[in-house]
Write a protein that binds this ligand. Structure first.
Ligand SMILES: Nc1nc2c(c(=O)[nH]1)N[C@H]1C(S)=C(S)[C@@H](COP(=O)(O)OP(=O)(O)OC[C@H]3O[C@@H](n4cnc5c(=O)[nH]c(N)nc54)[C@H](O)[C@@H]3O)O[C@H]1N2
Ligand SMILES: Nc1nc2c(c(=O)[nH]1)N[C@H]1C(S)=C(S)[C@@H](COP(=O)(O)OP(=O)(O)OC[C@H]3O[C@@H](n4cnc5c(=O)[nH]c(N)nc54)[C@H](O)[C@@H]3O)O[C@H]1N2
Ligand code: SF4
Ligand SMILES: [Mo]
Length: 756
């Protein structure tokens, strides 16, 4: 099929698909039609809900579907998937039944992958900025021009300042190709938003306590738990496939669910105990719980003596933090704090204190993670059945290439001065530098991350950086907000059209999965590995990319694991035997990778770096008169800011709504369904957004799903729909320990819109 044909087909399908719904309120009927299709596990490609009859007819007449195997990239859970193509026409994507990440069923977003493939707004040709500093004008260029331009800028920069002066911000599986390229070039400044905008504080807090961070998938043994404690973690709306399943197992097994959330989340609806905490006071609750467990001696003294360090210091420190004290901070009655602490201890070690994932809340987030880790450590749940299992990964060998040069400067030079215990490069440190008057980093490569909506205050900083840097190169699949800052746009094909590095993560049962092309490449878009290799060749780095096609690398690795590319094409997922048991032997001494080899309740490492060795509770800013906490999170139909333009998911959820408590709505005389604007504490005004009046949020907070409110005009469906939490998050303290950008301490009031 030619590009023109594919695009024409995509357009026609998409137009038919939402012709009835675009520009007006989505009808319940439309939703049911589609969700019925989705619920049945068979999304009829982008045809669902429009020409359903025709599709059925065709299916009945068509031959058997051809199935090929790959890995989903609609979010980072990376479920193994199967593409079904019938008579040359993509039909549906389903889950690989052999995959522990999905157990054969993809989520809403995963089944909508064809929407990403056929999105008529996709980038299919390289672009070069016309006149820098002017408007956003790009001209379509040949790949050679785009690659020569990019490599030329990098070479000039290396000659004048050194290759270490290039930084990259990357996310997802394809990032590995660009990391390899830039390490070979001579820089180590490769930051992911998954650290300082997401999991960094959690992993740092657990690392300090247990000697290792929490991985993805989180090693929570919910299917065997008797008690699950969710602090914020809004599983169900946060839709990580097998995690939702194991949470459902816990519910089915009648485990006691304790949910701490200022909002009546989906998970709270399944909980025996919902603790609607005052936002920002979780450390007080955690200290109150620890106080109960210690003062009532609800811990196993044998475990504490054998496996922990600093219990005496903790016990002394915790004494004043009684449940009565915690009530004053959190608004949760002392009796409920006692009761829930006793339940956790009763079921320990089969108690999952879920570590959460998006952990950048208030700026003392590593300390909150520490408090959670201390609670888990006291209860002895690490390495215990029904607590945290011990994860393992497969030893996938690296394809042999020369050693990387030692960069002349390291990301650590800038970062550790500010954030001494940052275990990974910090995006905001790099961006602060690039927006400063004399930046150390002079070029930025961005791969698969939409920084303007991902990093608070990024648009203004990127605008400054664009004035100062020699190069901003962006690889994306769609004309996102980020591409608006690019000098050169390198269009990647979607995950359905390419190979990527093997999925190899810390698992309960070690396994690998292969992302492989399942559909023809659309237009001139190219896989990330190809783009990286082409740049390498222009930079004289052939030796690092000594293969012709990335499938050779994969086959080489797979052969050494006793498999092959052709076997993986058949199975999609391959399992390996565990080397060690998934749990510690009960009663035996345990070993941790901390300096002391024990669970560090008291942290010498923190003390030595000048931080509180035991978690300190600090009060955060109170909301100003007439303002409300801005709370945000996920909806099952969307991922971050990447799916709002997907025609299938657009149909399911075209805009976000702002949740207001009836008391707030009454105070401002705002009706359910009205459009309003949100105005934050610094006077920033949002797009207009529709109101949902509901008691599911606390009277002091509003709720918004992240990812909406796009300003990139090339995203024809998503542009201007809903409000962007990211634009309203302007007060952003950083976690002093690891640099995470705290996003929760922002407040909004309301501006009414004249009825349209
Ligand atoms: N559908 C979908 N699922 C996703 C994603 C997606 O984009 N779409 N993204 C994935 C990724 S990368 C991540 S990191 C996760 C994020 O998902 P989580 O880790 O679950 O997110 P959090 O932001 O920690 O938690 C959000 C919840 O915290 C509550 N909350 C707000 N303030 C407070 C507070 O002060 N205290 C307490 N206790 N709770 C509070 C909110 O009401 C909300 O219910 O989701 C993952 N799953
Ligand atoms: N305000 C606010 N900010 C947040 C969050 C929040 O809830 N609110 N959540 C935080 C969290 S938990 C996380 S993990 C981060 C996530 O942050 P990001 O990883 O930046 O997530 P997205 O917003 O989905 O942006 C992904 C970009 O990659 C592009 N893309 C998608 N697929 C591909 C592909 O296959 N190849 C290439 N080259 N590009 C692709 C998309 O078009 C999009 O431009 O955001 C963080 N920032
Ligand atoms: S959880 Fe859903 S979107 Fe994420 S990888 Fe799995 S199927 Fe894809
Ligand atoms: Mo995240």
């Amino acid at each position: 099929m030619s590009l023109i044909e594919i695009k024409a087909r995509g357009r026609a399908i998409c137009q038919k698909y939402f012709a009835n719904t675009q520009g007006r309120k989505m009808q319940r009927r439309d939703f049911l039609k589609l969700s019925a299709t989705l619920g049945g596990g068979a999304l009829l490609g982008p045809l669902a809900g429009c020409a359903r009859e025709a599709a059925w007819q065709r299916m009945m007449q068509a031959g058997p579907a051809k199935v090929s195997r790959t890995v989903c990239n609609m979010c980072f859970w990376s479920c193994a998937a199967e593409m079904h193509v019938q008579d040359g026409t993509p039909w549906k994507i389903t889950g690989n039944p052999d995959d522990p990440h999905c157990a054969g069923r993809l989520c809403t977003r995963g089944t909508a992958g064809l929407g990403a493939y056929y999105d008529p707004n996709r980038l299919v040709k390289p672009l070069l900025r016309v006149n820098r500093g002017g408007g956003q004008e790009f001209s379509v260029v040949r790949w050679d021009d785009a690659l020569d331009f990019t490599a030329g800028k990098l070479q000039k920069l290396a000659a004048e300042h050194g290759p270490d002066r290039v930084a990259a911000m990357v996310h997802g599986a394809g990032a590995a190709h660009f990391a390899h390229l830039l390490r070979a070039f001579g820089t180590d400044a490769l930051a992911e938003p998954a650290f300082a905008q997401c999991r960094g504080p959690r992993d740092t807090g657990f690392f300090l306590t247990f000697g290792q961070g929490i991985s993805s998938p989180e090693q929570t043994d919910m299917e065997n738990a008797r008690c699950v404690v969710l602090i914020g973690a809004h599983i169900g709306e946060n839709l990580h496939n097998s995690q939702v399943r194991s949470f459902a197992d816990a519910i089915r097994n009648d485990a006691t669910i304790i949910t701490v959330d200022p909002r009546f989340s989906v998970a709270a609806g399944k909980a025996r105990h919902w603790l609607p905490i005052k936002p920002g006071t979780d450390i007080a609750l955690l200290l109150g719980w620890i106080n109960v467990i210690i003062s009532e001696r609800l811990y196993d003294p044998g475990h504490v003596a054998r496996n922990t360090l600093g219990f005496a210091e903790l016990a002394g420190y915790i004494a004043p933090f009684t449940p009565e004290w915690a009530y004053g901070e959190t608004g949760i009655e002392a009796a409920r704090i006692r009761e829930t602490a006793r339940i956790m201890a009763l079921h320990a070690p089969a108690t999952v204190v879920h570590p959460g994932r998006h952990a950048v809340w208030w700026g003392d987030d590593t300390q909150r993670a520490r408090a959670m880790a201390i609670l888990a450590g006291l209860l002895g749940v690490w390495g215990a059945k029904g607590g945290y299992y011990l994860a393992e990964r497969v030893a996938v060998p690296d394809y042999p290439t020369p050693a990387y040069p030692v960069p002349k400067s390291s990301w650590r030079d800038l970062t550790l001065k500010q954030f001494p215990l940052a275990g990974a490069p910090v995006t905001n440190v790099l961006l602060d530098d690039m927006a400063s008057d004399a930046p150390h980093y002079r070029a930025l490569l961005v791969y698969s991350t939409n920084l303007p909506m991902t990093m608070p205050n990024a648009p203004a900083q990127l605008a400054r950086a664009a004035q100062r840097l020699d190069l901003i190169a962006v690889s994306d699949v769609q004309p996102s907000e980020m591409t608006g800052f690019a000098d050169v746009v390198l269009p990647e094909c979607t995950y359905l059209e390419r190979y990527d590095a093997l999925r190899n993560e810390d698992e309960r049962d070690p396994c690998i999965a292969l992302r492989a092309p399942t559909l023809p490449v659309l237009g001139e878009s190219k896989p990330g590995w190809w783009i990286a290799k082409q740049l390498a060749e222009r930079l004289g780095l052939h030796a690092y990319f000594p293969w012709g096609d990335y499938s050779q690398v994969l086959d080489w690795q797979l052969q050494r694991l006793g498999s092959s590319l052709s076997e993986m094409a058949q199975v999609g997922v391959k399992h390996f035997a565990r080397q060690t048991p998934p749990y510690f032997t009960p009663g035996a001494p345990q070993e941790f990778k901390t300096p002391s080899g024990k669970i560090e309740l008291y942290s010498e490492t923190l003390a030595a770096a000048g931080f509180d060795p035991l978690p300190r509770y600090t009060r955060h800013a109170e909301r100003p008169e007439g303002f409300y906490h801005l709370n945000y999170g996920r909806a099952p139909q969307h991922s971050f800011s990447r799916t709002q333009n997907n025609p299938v998911l657009y149909q399911l959820m075209p805009e976000n709504l702002v949740w207001l408590h009836p008391l707030a709505a009454t105070a401002f005389d705002i009706k359910d369904g009205a459009y309003i604007r949100l105005v934050n504490q610094d006077g920033v005004v949002s797009n207009k957004v529709r109101v949902r009046v509901t008691e599911r949020t606390r009277p002091d907070s509003v709720w918004l799903v992240h990812g909406f409110g796009h300003t990139a005009q090339g995203l024809e469906l998503a542009y201007g729909r809903g409000a962007a939490d990211s634009s309203l998050i302007t007060r952003v303290p950083c976690d002093p320990i690891m640099g995470g950008t705290a996003m929760r301490g922002n407040f909004v009031t309301f501006r009414k819109e004249a009825a349209a």
